[in-house]
Design a protein around this ligand. Structure first.
Ligand SMILES: Cc1cc2nc3c(=O)[nH]c(=O)nc-3n(C[C@H](O)[C@H](O)[C@H](O)COP(=O)(O)OP(=O)(O)OC[C@H]3O[C@@H](n4cnc5c(N)ncnc54)[C@H](O)[C@@H]3O)c2cc1C
Length: 619
């Protein structure tokens, strides 16, 4: 322990995670907090970290208000429809009304935006998407953060939040370790913004063995955004709302641009439009939601899954028609080169030229996230001008712990933010965090050395465990006295896969399976006390695993609580196969008691703010 040096840093605003939301938060914190000390801590290197590390080909959330293309209300309606009614409309509206200004800054900062030659406007790929040459998207936003922060710490994984010891339920900072030097870092902060991305690899991925890193969501997104607040006792929402993606098989290349820009379509192995075939069956399950336009993403997945189970697979994307046009062929390939190079490599290895062969599609393993087409995450306060009293407690995007804010994948209830919306939400959280400090809400914080030292002992325990337990290795990595992070990860993934609705069961679960899953997760938690790490990289893996395991418990508790199948295609409760608006047209909220480790669950009303005034006027 003594060999790990401790560094102390006192600051005003601490941003945990320097991805899209974290860079947005760091940038905006400087705008409002000119004289404040602003620190951003990142597990990787912010130049190429997070889900946007490889670049993107489209900004998926842009209103185009200046040209009257869309208004924030339209986006709320869209997200509400896609999530089968379950969104925080106050948060969605708030993000949407600010997102255009974010995109305009990206443009000013040099992000190459494609333009429509006839209109001079940004080139639309779909109603919400605009096209970019986005290989350098992440370094560009990182530069804005670097110029704004007092200091960016790269290669430090935050493992725990610090709590104020003078006032209950108030945050006091965070601790973590440097994966290169092994040093321990204590950040005492007046306000903390968690922006640590979503969670992949909690369910067993389709690609295993040496291909295991090939998932759709970033493999390094390990659920810290959820585990940090859950461990501290913050409330979470909609954690059952995991996402399953329909993507090109094996490479997980995105399909959006193909559908929207190349106008490609899908068909089953017999060349049939299989979605139509499942209309009546889906209507039985979800009622009129199947008639909504656009068809909610989960319901399109549902048709895919049913068709495959009925023996109609493989499902193909019909590319051979669009790719005859040389321009569209170029667009089709470029779409991968700026975002998912691996898909092009996979096709090359499988001898697939989409000009002549229709490539196969698949549905992914589930991921947990709050910024894409689902909305798992922390239960946060909305903005004061929009939110009903139950959704507002003083500061925008503040969690149920004072001084703790969230943005991007961290925040629940507000889907379809994507890269631009996550950056925007980071800005909103930072503005509120600065105000929280200016309002003197963080006065008298007390974080004792004892609290920090206790965490230090915990953080390095896997190294100690390995040092002792390696003497008992009987062969390879087999030891009666410790488990390695990879062994623990594979055990976690199997539990989630087989009991909580992963690919093994075609996304099916029920109360009995979930109950068993929770038991197995509890035993895993016990065994993770004996996870061993042979070096600092493995120490990171150990803490990633612990964060994933805690996130998984929360997901399972939520899935157990919601006794309906709200999103067929994302997961099924076999014991409650139908959508049940009478009992479950509500948001689910959990809290884990940090002292006992027990979760409590509640239903919270979902308020439909947009269109509600019109309805009231009409009645
Ligand atoms: C494959 C894929 C394709 C996508 N396509 C598009 C698209 O075409 N258009 C679009 O607009 N959006 C797209 N998105 C969505 C977009 O990337 C996300 O919405 C956005 O990146 C979320 O921002 P975030 O800051 O919450 O998470 P991230 O950007 O992932 O950032 C999280 C950061 O936290 C860091 N971190 C994690 N844990 C810790 C820890 N414990 N301590 C310190 N740091 C930590 C991570 O290293 C990372 O840098 C896509 C996402 C994926 C995965």
């Amino acid at each position: 322990m003594a060999k790990h040096k401790t560094h102390y840093e006192d600051c005003d605003v601490l941003v945990v995670g320097g991805g899209m939301a974290g860079t947005g938060a760091t940038f905006e914190a400087r705008h409002w907090g000119r004289d404040m000390k602003i620190i951003c801590v990142e597990k990787a290197n912010i130049d190429r970290s997070g889900a946007v590390a490889q670049g993107l080909y489209a900004i998926n959330c842009y209103m185009g208000m200046q040209w009257g293309e869309n208004q924030p209300e339209d986006h709320v309606r869209y997200a509400r429809n896609d999530l089968m009614g379950m969104v925080r409309e106050d948060l969605g509206y708030d993000m949407a009304r600010h997102v255009d200004s974010t995109v305009h800054m990206f443009d000013e900062w040099g992000l190459p935006m494609m333009k429509n030659e006839e209109t001079g406007r940004y080139l639309r790929e779909g109603k919400w998407q605009i096209m970019i040459h986005g290989e350098s998207y992440k370094p560009i936003v990182a530069e804005a953060a670097k110029k704004s922060a007092d200091k960016i710490y790269n290669r430090i994984m935050i493992t725990h939040l610090l709590m104020d010891e003078s006032q209950e339920n108030r945050v006091g900072g965070a601790v973590g370790f440097n994966m290169r030097t092994g040093d321990f870092h204590v950040f005492r902060a007046k306000a903390v913004i968690v922006a640590a991305g979503g969670a992949s690899h909690i369910f067993k991925p389709r690609a295993v063995g040496e291909g295991m890193g090939r998932t759709w969501y970033a493999p390094w997104s390990n659920g810290s955004a959820y585990a940090l607040p859950i461990a501290a006792g913050a409330k979470m929402t909609q954690m059952e709302n995991r996402i399953v993606l329909c993507r090109f098989k094996d490479g997980y290349g995105p399909v959006g641009a193909y559908f929207l820009h190349l106008k490609t379509y899908t068909q089953n192995a017999n060349g049939e439009n299989y979605e139509k075939k499942w209309y009546d069956q889906t209507k039985e399950l979800v009622g009129e939601y199947i008639d909504h336009h656009p068809t909610p993403t989960c319901l399109r997945n549902h048709a895919f899954i049913q068709e495959t189970m009925a023996g109609g697979g493989p499902i193909h994307m019909v590319t051979t028609e669009a790719f005859q046009d040389p321009h569209l062929e170029t667009v089709g390939w470029e779409n991968f080169l700026g975002m998912t190079v691996g898909q092009a490599v996979v096709w090359a290895s499988q001898n697939i030229d989409p000009k002549y062969t229709n490539p196969e599609l698949t549905t992914s393993e589930p991921y947990v996230m709050g910024s894409h087409a689902t909305c798992s995450g922390a239960w946060v306060s909305g903005p004061e001008d929009l939110s009903p009293p139950e959704y507002f407690w003083g500061y925008n995007r503040m969690l149920t712990i004072d001084g703790l804010f969230g943005a991007g994948d961290t925040v629940g209830g507000s889907a379809h933010k994507f890269s631009s919306g996550s950056f925007t939400e980071g800005r909103l959280a930072a503005k509120a965090a600065v105000k929280y400090i200016e309002d003197k809400k963080a006065e008298g914080l007390k974080v004792t050395d004892k609290q920090c030292e206790d965490y230090k002992a915990k953080v390095y325990k896997p190294l100690e465990t390995y040092t002792v337990a390696q003497n008992e290795i009987t062969g390879g990595t087999v030891s009666p006295s410790y488990i390695s992070p990879i062994q623990g990860l594979q055990r976690l993934q199997r539990i989630m896969d087989e009991y909580v609705g992963g690919i093994a069961t075609n996304y099916m679960t029920n109360a009995n399976m979930l109950k068993r899953g929770l038991e197995l997760l509890a035993w895993l938690e016990e065994d993770l006390e004996n996870v061993g790490a042979e070096d600092y990289h493995q120490l990171m893996r150990a803490w990633e695993l612990k964060h994933r395991a805690l996130t998984s418990q929360c997901v399972t508790e939520h899935t157990m609580f919601r006794e309906e199948t709200r999103w067929p295609g994302y997961y099924y409760r076999g014991d409650h196969m139908k959508l049940d608006d009478d009992n479950w047209h509500c948001l689910t909220v959990s809290r884990r008691d940090p002292k006992t480790g027990k979760f409590s669950m509640e239903k919270v009303p979902v308020y439909h703010i947009v269109d509600e005034n019109e309805k009231k006027k009409a009645s």
